[in-house]
Design a protein around this ligand. Structure first.
Ligand code: NAP
Length: 344
């Protein structure tokens, strides 16, 4: 049994972490640390969870106990830098849901996040926890950089194609769409109902911080071709939908590509290959990533959908925790005995 500290547990992803803690068989206790909410009871902040969680008072991030075995960090970017180095030094396991340890390069982090990285030595001492990509456990690591929500949806969709047919790829272009919870709980004018209802727009064009994160992973496959990534806000609260268009140098038969995807994900517990483009509603409130592939001559269209707060954050973080401790990765996330169903 382990004890959990959730630093930043009073936010959107924190609430999901609390829910998963309550359904995990090997978690003995958990403590939530917050900023403005410190002193409040969880039952005041999340009345919908009364009866489904152990109630306790939120502790200040200034009083983090050293007694936990694993710490989830769900803070705004830049804030994790204050806590991660000393936790790692004290031999604790850490899963950071933010972006502070995802990029491998200090200079790339500083360019995209505009913050000086004060523990760059850890950047190459972590695992980038794209859980469904790694079949193995992570017992050699203490620090997991949990991937961003857009990169999770995009990379799970494209990586099999990169792995199997990388030499044939001429260019990659992703248009991705997010619900408003992707921006956290801090109120912002552009996220108000009166601005969002019936509305869609692109944002952070050519400057979204998830772009270098995706590219970093593609480069590990030798990818050095044109890549574009455009993010949009959708008038829904939850979900990420990514449509990736890949132009090939030569035509590849659709069934050949689909067979490769099936092989790639045959042991995956949380990727469902679909016969038709997924709908967002199929994945909301689940830890699944649903993917469809369509090939016509030299063009491959990959559609993928996730719940940004679960597969794109806290659900994947729990998969990563299970892998860190060498447990079944389904624990806390899926009914025992439920099997993955590959649709092709
Ligand atoms: N939302 C998503 O879909 C999503 C997906 C993937 C990754 N992430 C990443 O996960 C992290 C958390 O996201 P979220 O959506 O849960 O954010 P959120 O709803 O805004 O919650 C932020 C949390 O951080 C605390 N906090 C805020 N400012 C702080 C400060 N200066 N010092 C200490 N604590 C502070 C808040 O505490 P109080 O409430 O007590 O003030 C709250 O617990 C972010 O790095 C985000 O990029 C989010």
């Amino acid at each position: 049994m382990i004890s959990i500290g959730i630093i930043g547990g009073s936010g959107y992803t924190g609430k999901k972490l609390i829910q998963f803690c309550n359904s995990h068989p090997f978690i003995s206790d958990y403590k939530v640390y917050g900023n403005k909410t410190s002193g409040q009871f969880l039952s005041e902040l999340f009345p919908e969870l009364v009866g489904q969680m152990t109630d306790s008072q939120i502790e200040s991030v200034d009083n983090i106990s050293n007694s936990h075995d694993l710490y989830f960090i769900a803070l705004p970017h830049g804030e994790a830098l204050k806590y991660v180095p000393s936790l790692i030094k004290n031999d604790k396991k850490v899963i950071d849901l933010g972006g502070d340890y995802r990029l491998d390069s200090k200079s790339e982090y500083e360019k995209w996040y505009n913050i000086q990285h004060s523990s760059a030595e850890l950047l190459n001492n972590k695992i980038y926890g794209l859980a469904d990509y790694y079949g193995t456990q992570y017992s050699n690591y203490n620090l997991v950089a949990n991937p961003g929500c857009y990169p999770t949806a995009t990379l799970l969709g494209i990586l099999p194609l990169m792995a199997g047919f990388g030499d044939e790829i001429f260019s990659v272009s992703t248009s991705a769409y997010s619900g408003t919870s992707g921006a956290g709980k801090t109120p912002k004018q552009e996220l108000m109902m009166s601005e969002m209802d019936g509305n869609v727009s692109a944002y952070n064009v050519n400057k979204h911080r998830h772009q270098p994160e995706i590219l970093q992973m593609l480069k590990k496959f030798g990818f050095d071709s044109p890549f574009s990534f455009t993010t949009h806000l959708l008038p829904v609260a939850v979900g990420i939908y990514a449509t990736t268009s890949v132009h090939l140098k030569n035509s590849i038969d659709e069934q050949t590509i689909k067979n490769y995807y099936k092989l790639f994900y045959e042991n995956s517990n949380f990727v469902r290959l679909r016969e038709v483009p997924p709908q967002l509603s199929w994945v909301v409130n689940t830890n699944y990533c649903d993917i469809n592939i369509s090939v016509k001559e030299k063009v491959v269209i990959i559609t993928s959908a996730i719940d940004n707060l679960i597969k794109g954050a806290s659900g994947q973080a729990f998969q990563n925790m299970n892998k860190l401790f060498g447990w079944d990765e389904n624990l806390g996330l899926k009914l025992q005995g439920a099997k993955n169903v590959s649709m092709y």
